[in-house]
Write a protein that binds this ligand. Structure first.
Ligand code: DAT
Ligand code: MG
Length: 153
């Protein structure tokens, strides 16, 4: 079943000029971009995004970091996209992420790991709603869908 995921190029990704590189990886994988927004996230929204981590020692710093400078919010759609994108992100800490993943290739940090990706269908639905109205998610067909996904009809 095709699903959607929220991918955020975090402040360090923008400051380090890696937004194009990161978006390009998802494009080349054949995932479909269905929404995008460049903005500075408020502390309130950042704290809602990360509400599952409330109370943890890194929570306050995490909220400050995500809201510190602009981010690129994107929504991608494809079969199994949530787990596909998580694999492409790599392990949470940059120094622990496999080479070939976004974090593994570009981050050597713990918290500054460049990119956020939803971790389940429930989180994806909740997180996308935080940043996008339903009319901002675009439903369309890619011209090369049959080549990307093997559809012949
Ligand atoms: P992920 O972003 O891989 O889903 P997460 O949801 O467990 O990871 O944590 C959210 C972010 O918080 C993560 O991208 C980096 C930061 N973080 C997680 N654990 C941390 C820790 N022990 N110390 C510092 N920052 C941490
Ligand atoms: Mg997470």
């Amino acid at each position: 079943m095709t699903e959607k995921t929220l991918i955020i190029v975090k402040p360090d990704g923008i400051q380090r000029h890696l937004a194009g590189e990161i978006v390009s990886r998802f494009e080349r994988k054949g995932l479909k971009l269905v929404a995008a927004k460049f903005m500075q996230v408020s502390e309130k929204l950042a704290s809602e995004l990360y509400c599952v981590h409330k109370g943890k020692p890194f929570y306050d710093g995490l909220v400050k970091y995500l809201s510190s400078t602009p981010v690129l919010l994107t929504v991608w759609q494809a079969q199994g996209v949530i787990s596909v994108a998580r694999k492409m992100l790599g392990n949470t800490f940059g120094y622990d992420a496999e080479p070939g993943t976004i974090r593994g290739d570009f981050s050597s940090s713990r918290g500054y790991n460049l990119v956020h990706g939803s971790d389940s269908t429930e989180s994806a639905e909740r997180e996308i709603k935080l940043f996008f109205k339903s009319e901002e998610i675009v439903d369309y067909e890619l011209a090369d869908e049959k080549w990307l996904y093997g559809k012949n009809d």
